[in-house]
Write a protein that binds this ligand. Structure first.
Ligand code: PGA
Ligand code: ZN
Length: 421
């Protein structure tokens, strides 16, 4: 049973404070560190920040105090292996749907640390503890950031991520090697002599272009330079993160100096999909542009993965609505949008039940916590999105997957994990 819970402030990959929680259950112990987004959606569970002057208002002392003073008394005495019971007690203690009383960073901190403590208490790997009774699933296909823009790069390129999907790889280690070659080739095209190109929050290169077409072309060229066939061996995924250049007052998308209405934005996305070997498109429209999403799904939903991040916010109700409306066909899965491990698992289950592909995802602000690697394998998500092959907070997760691949003789999800078109 849980005997003690503690929480304190640590710093994440952007140097901003975040919550680390430790749960003890007798001799067993587990820690989890909460990540943080930059391109956050309005429908995410609420992250609590102190405000005031300390750390520019980004301190999380109040969230840590909520763990110690409000949540710890609720979970002490619970069985550490009863994740569902603990998570329900945590949500009840907060009392709001979006966890705004105590903060989702407080609630998820405890929920994640309980999972780690359960793994330690039962002497099982975390991916096994997180798995259903049928056991863990396949090693996930990674979509790996190569070029970055948007809020992660403070550059002129408004599109957030241009990613490589190594659809020709037969194993998880081969998938990493493949994208490493592509990333190196992209760096060689961007860099000037001895200076490596600058990298953004998730380790992707910041290309000296403002125009989406130039970035797509650069990535296609890098795939070729690395010796791969674009589309057949290495496909492209894109996270447009369109919420952040949508102006609700004018109902317009402001894309690198152009002003596009909904129909023009949809046409633009279709043009990209037609012109480049794009296999997955995330957040091509704003988080509440349901009309736009449905129209776009009608046009390209049968040939590319249409992936909802801000649209769905790892929220069961929004996923249900999107499935009913046919607004997308895949769901990005971020535990801190949901607020507990159990909620996260339920959204993955609901996506799979609807034949939607779940893609487990890191945030742009991370630590070396690698829980999402175990989550992707445990829940058989099939795909994972962590960022680029640089920066230790990214590599901690890629490397954890290499360790899981070594220890556990699972299959590789391969390109079948992406919707089969
Ligand atoms: P975020 O970016 O963590 O800044 O939200 C990740 C994403 O948009 O997928
Ligand atoms: Zn996104």
């Amino acid at each position: 049973d849980i005997t003690a819970v503690d929480a304190w402030e640590v710093l994440d990959s952007r140097g901003n404070p975040t919550v680390r929680v430790r749960v003890d259950a007798g001799d067993a112990t587990g820690q989890f560190t909460v990540p943080a987004g930059a391109s956050t959606g309005a429908h995410e569970a609420v992250e609590r920040r102190d405000g005031g002057d300390r750390y520019g208002g980004r301190g999380v002392r109040e969230a840590c105090a909520a763990v110690r003073d409000d949540l710890a008394p609720v979970v002490v005495g619970w069985s550490v292996t009863d994740q569902v019971g603990v998570d329900e007690a945590l949500v009840d203690c907060d009392g709001t749907e979006n966890l705004s009383t105590l903060g989702a960073n407080a609630v998820l901190g405890v929920s994640g640390a309980v999972a780690h403590a359960a793994a330690d208490a039962t002497d099982r790997p975390l991916y096994d503890v997180l798995a259903p009774d049928s056991g863990p699933g396949a090693m996930p296909m990674p979509m790996i950031n190569v070029l970055s823009g948007g809020l992660h790069a403070a550059a002129d390129l408004p599109i957030q991520d241009f990613l490589a999907v190594p659809v020709g790889a037969d194993t998880y280690p081969e998938a990493l090697e493949t994208v490493w070659e592509v990333r190196r080739a992209a760096g060689a095209r961007i860099g000037s002599g001895e200076h490596p190109p600058p990298v953004a929050d998730e380790g992707g290169f910041i290309p000296p272009v403002a125009d989406a077409d130039a970035a797509f072309e650069l990535l296609v060229d890098a795939i070729r330079d690395a010796g791969y066939d674009p589309g057949r061996e290495v496909a492209i995924a894109v996270d447009v993160a369109a919420t952040h250049f949508y102006d609700a007052d004018r109902d317009r998308y402001d894309l690198a100096g152009e002003t596009l209405d909904r129909a023009a934005m949809i046409d633009r996305v279709v043009e990209w999909v037609d012109a480049y070997p794009v296999r997955s498109v995330e957040d091509p429209l704003a988080e509440d542009d349901w009309t736009g999403w449905e129209r776009l799904a009608d046009r390209i939903g049968d040939r590319v993965q249409l992936l909802g991040d801000d649209l769905l916010a790892t929220n069961a109700g929004r996923l249900d609505r999107a499935v009913d409306a046919g607004a997308a066909n895949a769901a990005l899965i971020k535990p801190n949008q949901a607020g507990t491990i159990t909620r996260t698992r339920r959204v993955v289950d609901a996506a799979q039940a609807a034949d939607w592909a779940p893609v487990v995802s890191a945030r742009s602000g991370e630590t070396c916590d690698a829980t999402i690697a175990d989550l992707a394998v445990g829940l058989d998500a099939g795909q994972i999105k962590i960022g680029s092959l640089a920066r230790s907070e990214r590599l901690a997760k890629y490397n954890r997957l290499l360790g899981i691949d070594r220890a556990y003789d699972g299959d590789f999800a391969g390109c079948d994990a992406l919707a089969p078109w």
